[in-house]
Design a protein. Structure first.
Length: 278
Protein backbone atom coordinates (compact mmCIF):
# COMPACT_ATOMS: atom_id res chain seq x y z
CA UNK A 1 0.00 0.00 0.00
CA UNK A 2 1.37 3.43 -0.89
CA UNK A 3 1.68 6.23 1.62
CA UNK A 4 -0.91 8.27 -0.28
CA UNK A 5 -3.51 5.51 0.03
CA UNK A 6 -2.97 5.20 3.78
CA UNK A 7 -3.07 8.97 4.21
CA UNK A 8 -6.22 9.26 2.10
CA UNK A 9 -8.01 6.65 4.19
CA UNK A 10 -6.97 8.26 7.47
CA UNK A 11 -8.08 11.67 6.22
CA UNK A 12 -11.61 10.29 6.02
CA UNK A 13 -11.61 9.68 9.77
CA UNK A 14 -11.01 11.88 12.75
CA UNK A 15 -9.41 11.02 16.06
CA UNK A 16 -6.23 9.30 17.10
CA UNK A 17 -4.71 5.86 16.55
CA UNK A 18 -3.85 4.18 19.86
CA UNK A 19 -1.41 1.26 19.94
CA UNK A 20 -1.45 -0.91 23.05
CA UNK A 21 1.79 -2.90 23.14
CA UNK A 22 4.95 -1.89 21.28
CA UNK A 23 6.83 -5.18 21.33
CA UNK A 24 8.07 -7.00 18.23
CA UNK A 25 4.75 -7.04 16.39
CA UNK A 26 3.35 -3.78 17.71
CA UNK A 27 6.65 -2.06 17.01
CA UNK A 28 6.65 -3.37 13.44
CA UNK A 29 3.15 -1.97 12.93
CA UNK A 30 4.14 1.40 14.41
CA UNK A 31 7.17 1.57 12.12
CA UNK A 32 4.96 0.75 9.15
CA UNK A 33 2.43 3.45 9.98
CA UNK A 34 5.10 6.11 10.29
CA UNK A 35 6.84 4.97 7.10
CA UNK A 36 3.63 5.06 5.11
CA UNK A 37 2.31 8.46 6.02
CA UNK A 38 0.37 8.31 9.29
CA UNK A 39 0.97 11.66 11.04
CA UNK A 40 2.89 11.01 14.29
CA UNK A 41 0.66 13.52 16.07
CA UNK A 42 -2.29 11.18 15.53
CA UNK A 43 -0.59 8.20 17.18
CA UNK A 44 -0.41 7.36 20.89
CA UNK A 45 1.32 4.32 22.38
CA UNK A 46 0.53 2.48 25.61
CA UNK A 47 3.69 0.59 26.59
CA UNK A 48 4.97 0.49 30.18
CA UNK A 49 8.43 -0.82 29.23
CA UNK A 50 9.33 0.37 25.72
CA UNK A 51 12.43 -1.11 24.12
CA UNK A 52 15.14 1.07 22.64
CA UNK A 53 13.67 0.40 19.20
CA UNK A 54 10.21 1.47 20.35
CA UNK A 55 11.60 4.61 22.02
CA UNK A 56 13.31 5.56 18.77
CA UNK A 57 10.00 5.33 16.94
CA UNK A 58 8.14 7.21 19.66
CA UNK A 59 10.79 9.95 19.53
CA UNK A 60 9.47 10.74 16.04
CA UNK A 61 6.27 12.19 17.50
CA UNK A 62 3.75 9.69 18.90
CA UNK A 63 2.66 10.23 22.51
CA UNK A 64 3.78 7.66 25.08
CA UNK A 65 1.42 6.46 27.80
CA UNK A 66 -0.99 9.42 27.70
CA UNK A 67 -3.98 9.53 30.01
CA UNK A 68 -7.37 9.18 28.27
CA UNK A 69 -7.92 12.92 28.70
CA UNK A 70 -4.67 13.65 26.85
CA UNK A 71 -5.64 12.06 23.54
CA UNK A 72 -8.34 13.04 21.09
CA UNK A 73 -11.24 10.62 20.71
CA UNK A 74 -9.70 7.31 19.63
CA UNK A 75 -10.69 6.35 16.10
CA UNK A 76 -8.82 3.03 16.26
CA UNK A 77 -7.29 1.07 19.11
CA UNK A 78 -4.82 -1.63 18.03
CA UNK A 79 -4.19 -4.23 20.74
CA UNK A 80 -0.80 -5.93 20.35
CA UNK A 81 -0.25 -7.35 23.85
CA UNK A 82 0.28 -10.97 24.83
CA UNK A 83 -3.09 -12.75 25.11
CA UNK A 84 -2.25 -13.96 28.61
CA UNK A 85 -2.18 -10.34 29.81
CA UNK A 86 -5.33 -9.18 28.03
CA UNK A 87 -7.72 -9.40 30.97
CA UNK A 88 -5.55 -7.10 33.04
CA UNK A 89 -4.72 -4.73 30.18
CA UNK A 90 -8.35 -4.44 29.03
CA UNK A 91 -9.30 -2.61 32.22
CA UNK A 92 -6.70 0.03 31.45
CA UNK A 93 -7.77 0.37 27.81
CA UNK A 94 -11.54 0.63 28.24
CA UNK A 95 -11.50 4.37 29.16
CA UNK A 96 -9.93 5.13 25.77
CA UNK A 97 -12.70 3.38 23.81
CA UNK A 98 -15.76 5.32 22.70
CA UNK A 99 -18.99 4.15 21.10
CA UNK A 100 -17.52 4.58 17.59
CA UNK A 101 -14.00 3.30 18.26
CA UNK A 102 -12.62 0.57 16.01
CA UNK A 103 -10.73 -2.02 18.04
CA UNK A 104 -8.20 -4.09 16.07
CA UNK A 105 -6.74 -7.06 17.94
CA UNK A 106 -3.71 -9.07 16.84
CA UNK A 107 -3.82 -11.35 19.92
CA UNK A 108 -3.89 -15.10 19.40
CA UNK A 109 -6.94 -16.90 20.71
CA UNK A 110 -8.90 -13.95 22.14
CA UNK A 111 -12.33 -13.88 20.50
CA UNK A 112 -14.27 -10.93 19.14
CA UNK A 113 -16.86 -11.47 21.87
CA UNK A 114 -14.27 -11.38 24.63
CA UNK A 115 -12.64 -8.25 23.21
CA UNK A 116 -15.97 -6.47 22.82
CA UNK A 117 -17.06 -7.43 26.33
CA UNK A 118 -13.79 -6.23 27.87
CA UNK A 119 -13.13 -3.11 25.80
CA UNK A 120 -16.25 -2.15 23.88
CA UNK A 121 -16.12 -0.71 20.38
CA UNK A 122 -16.42 -2.40 16.99
CA UNK A 123 -13.90 -5.20 16.68
CA UNK A 124 -11.65 -6.56 13.96
CA UNK A 125 -9.70 -9.64 15.02
CA UNK A 126 -6.49 -10.18 13.04
CA UNK A 127 -3.60 -12.62 13.05
CA UNK A 128 -0.27 -11.40 11.61
CA UNK A 129 3.08 -13.18 11.65
CA UNK A 130 6.66 -12.17 12.33
CA UNK A 131 7.73 -11.44 8.71
CA UNK A 132 5.71 -8.27 9.36
CA UNK A 133 9.00 -6.93 10.74
CA UNK A 134 10.29 -6.64 7.15
CA UNK A 135 6.95 -5.81 5.52
CA UNK A 136 6.47 -9.37 4.26
CA UNK A 137 3.88 -10.61 6.71
CA UNK A 138 0.55 -12.24 5.95
CA UNK A 139 -2.41 -11.13 8.03
CA UNK A 140 -5.87 -12.70 8.20
CA UNK A 141 -8.64 -10.48 9.56
CA UNK A 142 -12.28 -11.04 10.50
CA UNK A 143 -14.68 -8.20 11.39
CA UNK A 144 -17.54 -8.17 13.84
CA UNK A 145 -20.90 -7.57 12.08
CA UNK A 146 -21.10 -3.95 13.28
CA UNK A 147 -17.81 -2.89 11.63
CA UNK A 148 -18.75 -0.46 8.86
CA UNK A 149 -17.04 -0.03 5.49
CA UNK A 150 -14.98 2.95 6.61
CA UNK A 151 -13.75 1.15 9.71
CA UNK A 152 -12.85 -1.91 7.66
CA UNK A 153 -10.86 0.30 5.29
CA UNK A 154 -9.02 1.87 8.25
CA UNK A 155 -8.25 -1.58 9.68
CA UNK A 156 -7.00 -2.76 6.29
CA UNK A 157 -4.80 0.33 5.94
CA UNK A 158 -3.26 -0.12 9.39
CA UNK A 159 -2.62 -3.84 8.87
CA UNK A 160 -1.38 -3.57 5.26
CA UNK A 161 1.69 -1.61 6.30
CA UNK A 162 3.27 -4.89 7.46
CA UNK A 163 2.12 -7.28 4.74
CA UNK A 164 -0.74 -8.68 2.71
CA UNK A 165 -4.19 -8.90 4.30
CA UNK A 166 -6.75 -11.64 3.69
CA UNK A 167 -10.29 -11.10 5.01
CA UNK A 168 -12.60 -13.90 6.14
CA UNK A 169 -16.16 -13.83 7.50
CA UNK A 170 -15.95 -16.91 9.74
CA UNK A 171 -14.18 -16.28 13.05
CA UNK A 172 -14.05 -20.03 13.55
CA UNK A 173 -11.19 -20.16 11.01
CA UNK A 174 -8.90 -18.00 13.15
CA UNK A 175 -7.53 -20.78 15.36
CA UNK A 176 -6.34 -22.70 12.30
CA UNK A 177 -5.03 -19.47 10.76
CA UNK A 178 -3.00 -18.92 13.92
CA UNK A 179 -1.62 -22.45 13.71
CA UNK A 180 -0.63 -22.18 10.03
CA UNK A 181 0.58 -18.62 9.43
CA UNK A 182 0.82 -17.13 12.92
CA UNK A 183 3.04 -19.91 14.24
CA UNK A 184 4.29 -20.97 10.80
CA UNK A 185 7.51 -18.93 10.73
CA UNK A 186 8.76 -20.95 13.71
CA UNK A 187 8.26 -24.15 11.72
CA UNK A 188 10.32 -22.73 8.86
CA UNK A 189 13.09 -21.59 11.20
CA UNK A 190 13.11 -25.05 12.77
CA UNK A 191 13.50 -26.53 9.29
CA UNK A 192 16.61 -24.40 8.77
CA UNK A 193 17.98 -25.49 12.18
CA UNK A 194 17.42 -29.18 11.52
CA UNK A 195 18.67 -29.02 7.92
CA UNK A 196 21.92 -27.53 9.21
CA UNK A 197 22.13 -30.13 11.97
CA UNK A 198 21.63 -32.92 9.44
CA UNK A 199 24.36 -31.40 7.30
CA UNK A 200 26.76 -31.54 10.25
CA UNK A 201 25.79 -35.16 10.83
CA UNK A 202 26.62 -35.83 7.17
CA UNK A 203 30.10 -34.34 7.62
CA UNK A 204 29.81 -30.61 6.90
CA UNK A 205 31.47 -28.01 9.15
CA UNK A 206 28.81 -26.42 11.38
CA UNK A 207 29.24 -22.89 10.04
CA UNK A 208 29.03 -23.99 6.41
CA UNK A 209 26.04 -26.21 7.15
CA UNK A 210 24.11 -23.29 8.67
CA UNK A 211 25.10 -20.97 5.82
CA UNK A 212 23.81 -23.48 3.29
CA UNK A 213 20.61 -24.21 5.23
CA UNK A 214 19.82 -20.55 5.85
CA UNK A 215 20.40 -19.52 2.23
CA UNK A 216 18.47 -22.52 0.92
CA UNK A 217 15.40 -21.86 3.07
CA UNK A 218 15.47 -18.12 2.38
CA UNK A 219 16.04 -18.53 -1.34
CA UNK A 220 13.39 -21.21 -1.71
CA UNK A 221 10.90 -19.02 0.14
CA UNK A 222 11.65 -16.12 -2.18
CA UNK A 223 11.26 -18.37 -5.23
CA UNK A 224 7.90 -19.57 -3.91
CA UNK A 225 6.91 -15.93 -3.34
CA UNK A 226 7.83 -14.80 -6.83
CA UNK A 227 6.80 -17.84 -8.85
CA UNK A 228 3.37 -18.36 -10.35
CA UNK A 229 3.82 -22.12 -9.82
CA UNK A 230 2.40 -23.83 -6.77
CA UNK A 231 4.57 -25.45 -4.12
CA UNK A 232 3.98 -28.98 -5.38
CA UNK A 233 5.10 -28.08 -8.90
CA UNK A 234 8.21 -26.29 -7.62
CA UNK A 235 9.06 -29.38 -5.56
CA UNK A 236 8.60 -31.64 -8.56
CA UNK A 237 10.83 -29.37 -10.65
CA UNK A 238 13.71 -30.01 -8.23
CA UNK A 239 13.18 -33.77 -8.20
CA UNK A 240 14.81 -35.95 -10.85
CA UNK A 241 13.63 -39.60 -10.92
CA UNK A 242 16.10 -41.76 -9.06
CA UNK A 243 18.18 -38.78 -7.98
CA UNK A 244 19.35 -37.45 -4.64
CA UNK A 245 16.26 -35.29 -4.02
CA UNK A 246 13.98 -38.24 -4.74
CA UNK A 247 15.90 -40.32 -2.19
CA UNK A 248 15.42 -37.66 0.48
CA UNK A 249 11.74 -37.12 -0.37
CA UNK A 250 11.09 -40.86 -0.06
CA UNK A 251 11.85 -40.36 3.64
CA UNK A 252 10.04 -37.04 4.10
CA UNK A 253 6.95 -38.21 2.21
CA UNK A 254 6.70 -41.66 3.81
CA UNK A 255 3.55 -42.59 5.75
CA UNK A 256 5.28 -41.60 8.98
CA UNK A 257 7.08 -38.63 7.44
CA UNK A 258 6.45 -34.91 7.27
CA UNK A 259 2.75 -34.98 6.38
CA UNK A 260 1.41 -36.60 9.59
CA UNK A 261 3.99 -34.73 11.68
CA UNK A 262 2.88 -31.37 10.29
CA UNK A 263 -0.78 -32.27 10.73
CA UNK A 264 -0.14 -33.05 14.41
CA UNK A 265 1.83 -29.84 14.87
CA UNK A 266 -0.87 -27.64 13.33
CA UNK A 267 -3.57 -29.47 15.29
CA UNK A 268 -1.65 -28.86 18.53
CA UNK A 269 -1.30 -25.15 17.76
CA UNK A 270 -4.98 -24.95 16.84
CA UNK A 271 -5.98 -26.53 20.16
CA UNK A 272 -3.76 -24.14 22.07
CA UNK A 273 -5.26 -21.15 20.27
CA UNK A 274 -8.72 -22.30 21.37
CA UNK A 275 -7.47 -22.77 24.94
CA UNK A 276 -6.20 -19.19 25.02
CA UNK A 277 -9.79 -18.03 24.46
CA UNK A 278 -10.52 -19.30 27.97
Amino acid sequence: MSASVLSDILEKTSGSILLAGAGKMGGAMLAGWLAQGCPPSRIAVIEPSPSDEARALIARGPKLNPAPSEVSPVAALVIAVKPQTFREVAELLRPYVGAETLVVSIMAGITIGAIRSACGGQVVRAMPNTPAAIGRGIIVAVPSPDVNDTQRAVADALLCTTGAVEWVDDEGLMDAVTAVSGSGPAYVFLLAEELARAGVAAGLPAELAMTLARATVAGSGELLHRSELDAATLRQNVTSPGGTTAAALSVLMAEDGLKPLMERAVAAATRRSKELAG
